[in-house]
Design a protein around this ligand. Sequence first.
Ligand code: F6P
Length: 327
Amino acid sequence: MKKIAILTSGGDAPGMNAAIRAAVRYAIYVDMEVIGIARGYQGLLDEQMYNMDMRSVADIIQRGGTILRTARCPEFVTKEGQKKGVEILRKNDIDGVIVIGGDGSFMGAKALSELGIPTIGIPGTIDNDLAYTDYSIGFDTACNTILDAINKIRDTMTSHERFSIIEVMGRHCGDLALYTGVGGGAEIIIVPEHKLDIEKVCEKMRDSKKRGKMSGIILLAEGAGHAHSLAEEIKKHGEFSIRSSVLGHLQRGGSPSMKDRYLGTNMGVYAVKLLEQGIGNRIVGIRDNKFYDMDIVEGCAMKKEFNIDLYNLAGIVARNNMITIGN
Ligand code: F6P
């Protein structure tokens, strides 16, 4: 292939810039022309494209967000929108496309593949909700941001002998809550993969108080409930001093961690190498510490498995075994 395009789509994720930088630089290294498409699929439909060179990706590896910018594009979910996108790519002599994003973005990439444009997906989402890869770009940085927040909130909760509900992102996936619950030593972790039982949460807080532990962190994945309303429900019992925080979009920003720069750089190069060999319709991932690729249709059809071993382990290592397991 002689000319490829790259876009970022859906929610941004720290490390996307590392992937863009690596893909652009490797493509130029193997004499390919690279077109940056701004604002995801919306930018494709609006023909917001520009040539990228070595310098256009200088000084970005350490930046959060995406220099290509991103958008959610309802028009590209339609067959007409997808066909229009393909026509624009053909008109601009683009031989292949790299899409960096999450599950919604991959549906767009799959559509491009099915309509004859060789397309490669790179997983970029803080949610870590893509089944075919152990990690997506941005997850690690978001976890570190959440850990920092847990540490800070714990300081004040311990001083005031309070419980705190911390709501984290993740859409329908509990990974952000689960992994940071383990890393941050949360007393209770609530994930969408298990039904929320408020009575059980109260029971565990009660047990904890009986044992003399007057404070604790309840980590709540957004897909399982809302921090403020859960705190109100628990307050109704009249037994607990409880506060709530919603971390929100601060989880999506910030300078990418080493791991996300490593994933971004390797996956960016891997994607271009596939296109260089004329291979499209694949998604790049990491499994057991090895980068690999798989068929885009197959990968998109996979269902994410909840890490029940980690969840159970969290229950054992959380002091007083306060976690809500297996509702
Ligand atoms: O998919 C990433 C994500 O941050 C989810 O965790 C969250 O539910 C959603 O995007 C928020 O989307 P937006 O930034 O469009 O409000």
